[in-house]
Design a protein around this ligand. Structure first.
Ligand code: FEO
Ligand code: CA
Ligand code: CA
Ligand code: CA
Length: 656
């Protein structure tokens, strides 16, 4: 609103062209280095060898695979831009790279996975916590043996908290009280709390399980496989010395009389926001109040003293929804993180994240929007209570959360083009959200197949298989994706939204935002509002693209734009090509085969950290711990997902 007094923030780098190489491309005047690639030992006295077979034991104390969301946690405020704890998600595994020296994955003669292989794969998933530091030459490295270094895997014991904890829905053989579970899976984007903890978000977890028998309603809705699990961990025989359900827990087929006798509820301990204290070795906590689905990420809304703490999250599947969590407790700035001090941050997490209300979004064609509450007594589209419509007992909040997706269907939420990351401008509170693409959207409303409107609970089940194009998802075959933004209204549970930019190739008929060679992109995924001076900021956009119009021109990329001011938001429609903002510019391009994801900068903005996930043939020197990320690979290497640090040669702030 006081834009006239501000010095406009300007993107000072020269946009880079598209690239199709085994290297990271950055603008003139910048350098990029590899940091903590997959397999980097976290302890002292061990080193990565590219021809060395990975083992379960080694993987349990080494950086996990396929880096995704991440964040940095200061150890002391004065050195926060030189030394911190890096926490990063290891979303899934590249089996070809994991088993490269000996070949694999393999099966026994009975068609089962060898236990050691399953254990290794389980340990390659999860979260990596590692101290990193910058030397006087500006070179970053990890700190082997740091007391902060640790791994969370798909086998690590975790606590259940919030409305679902202790309910019958999550009582298992492992935890008859329903208060614990093992492992976090397929952690994609991430969240950050103002009290100094990390949130790992469970996204594509359903297919690590299998159910050969009677499915629960929520198993069917979320897509638990009925033939086989993704990696076949459930087929491995547990070690006699280990707990007998080390692997059998991934097969949730009901077997016994009681839930506590088998693993039928095991999958109900997944699909949550998982809070991790990077400063201690406390168990991670699954915060069930924030809903159960395929959480892409967890994005803090505008933080104000005396107001609730708000988190946004999208369910990344075709025609799924956008959610908002609002805490009961009001934010107390006395709870803000005190870097390096030892105290119980997860108790503060419990205060804000275990009691609150979950909402799902409806986007109206006039640019207005509504947050629909997912509470047992909320009234559904057909006038019943949500609990009744779901076939639950009155006041069964745990049941509503277990069935979050069906609850959202019943309330009339708007099916979206695969919500991926969001980010919030911390001064205005405006929220940006990527809608990465959607091949299951039709022109005609009549083509919608919505199966979720009968009285019979058995008719609940798949949400929208296809959905008609609508105002906020206006393209019928949205291969290139788009980014929307909204701001909360003063009215309760209301917001205004608009399309911010449409992905496209320059020659596309649907190039509504007037993209050019130097900023054409498709399938936006990662997103970060990087606040700079005067309340202005850079919106960083990362891609995970399969749209041919762009893949033939460039690998996945990182773009930047200084968004125009809020005052200019009026109703709907593309705004990026007709405003006074800086034009969108391509900042970096990743190596062949990768997606570009995960992003934050040091507090002084001199180092930008990104992740290169599932590269095909990179980094160049697979045996080195750190090296030049911009070096092209010669020959075939064992590929390693990795963090990349981008800095200016002159040591100044990145992007400007
Ligand atoms: Fe793991 Fe939706 O990206
Ligand atoms: Ca993603
Ligand atoms: Ca994606
Ligand atoms: Ca991914």
């Amino acid at each position: 609103s006081n834009g006239a007094q501000k010095t406009p923030l300007t993107l000072a780098f020269e946009a880079v062209q598209g690239s199709l190489t085994d290297a990271v491309v950055v603008p003139e005047g910048y350098v990029a280095q590899v940091l903590v690639p997959w397999g980097t030992p976290l302890s002292t006295g061990d080193s990565w060898q590219s021809d060395q077979p990975m083992t379960a034991e080694r993987q349990a104390s080494s950086v996990g695979m396929n880096h995704d969301g991440m964040a940095g946690f200061a150890l002391d405020a004065d050195n926060a831009s030189r030394r911190f704890v890096l926490v990063l998600n290891n979303e899934y595994i590249d089996q070809a790279a994991l088993w490269a020296p000996q070949g694999g994955p393999t099966n026994t003669s009975e068609g089962k996975r060898p236990a050691e292989e399953s254990r290794t794969e389980i340990n390659a998933h999860g979260v990596t916590i590692v101290e990193v530091e910058k030397d006087t030459n500006g070179h970053w490295s990890h700190v082997p043996g740091s007391r902060y270094n640790r791994r969370l895997t798909s086998a690590t014991v975790m606590e259940m908290a919030g409305p679902v904890a202790g309910s019958d829905y999550v009582k298992t053989r492992f935890s008859p009280a329903g208060t614990q579970t093992r492992g976090t899976n397929n952690n994609c984007g991430n969240g950050l709390t103002p009290w100094g903890t990390y949130i790992a978000c469970e996204e594509n977890w359903p297919n690590v399980f299998v159910n050969h028998g009677q499915l629960f309603q929520d198993d069917a809705r979320i897509g638990i496989p009925t033939d086989k699990s993704r990696y076949g961990w459930d087929t491995s025989a547990g070690d006699a010395s280990e707990e007998s359900d080390e692997f059998a827990r991934f097969d949730i087929t009901p077997r016994g009389e009681r839930a506590e006798d088998d693993y039928r509820n095991e999958a109900r301990t997944f699909g949550y926001q998982v809070e991790v204290d990077p400063y201690s070795d406390a168990h991670a906590v699954k915060r069930t109040a924030l809903g159960r689905f395929r959480h892409e990420g967890c994005w803090l809304g505008k933080l104000e003293a005396g107001q609730p703490v708000v988190y946004y999250s999208g369910h990344d599947s075709r025609n799924e929804y956008v959610y908002k969590y609002v805490s009961d407790a009001a934010w107390d700035p006395a709870d803000a993180n005190r870097p390096g001090e030892a105290y119980d941050r997860l108790a503060i997490g419990s205060k804000y994240l275990d009691n609150g209300t979950l909402y799902v979004a409806r986007f109206n064609a006039d640019g207005s929007g509504e947050w629909l509450p997912l509470t047992p007594s909320a009234q559904t589209r057909d006038g019943r209570s949500l609990a009744t419509a779901l076939g639950l007992a009155e006041n069964d909040l745990a049941g509503v959360i277990i069935n979050t997706c069906d609850a959202a269907d019943l309330m009339g939420a708007t099916p979206m083009d695969r919500p991926e990351w969001a980010t919030v401008d911390p001064s205005s509170g405006e929220v940006y959200l990527t809608l990465t693409n959607n091949s299951k959207r039709s022109e005609e409303a009549a083509a919608a197949t919505f199966t979720n409107q009968g009285d019979d609970i058995a008719q609940l089940g798949v949400g929208y298989e296809t959905a008609p194009a609508n105002a906020v998802n206006p393209r019928a075959n949205n291969e290139a994706g788009h980014i929307i933004r909204w701001r909360e209204s003063r009215l309760p549970n209301a917001f205004r939204w608009e399309v911010f930019v449409f992905g496209a190739a320059t020659n596309d008929e649907g190039n509504h935002s007037g993209l050019t060679e130097m900023n054409q992109f498709a399938s936006p995924d990662g997103l970060w509002f990087d606040q700079r001076d005067d309340g202005q900021g850079i919106l960083w956009i990362q891609t995970d693209n399969g749209y041919e119009g762009i893949t033939e021109y460039t690998n996945d990329q990182l773009l930047a734009v200084v968004p125009n001011s809020l005052d200019e938001i009026q109703g709907t429609g593309p705004v990026i090509n007709n405003s006074n903002q800086q034009q969108l510019k391509r900042f970096a391009v990743g190596p062949n085969g990768c997606e570009v994801t995960g992003i934050f900068a040091t507090p002084d903005k001199t180092a930008l950290f990104i992740n290169i996930q599932h590269p095909g043939n990179w980094p160049a020197d697979g045996s080195a711990l750190t090296q030049d990320a911009t070096a092209e690979t010669s020959g075939q290497v064992r590929p390693r997902a990795s963090t990349v640090v981008i800095q200016k040669r002159d040591g100044g702030p990145v992007g400007v």
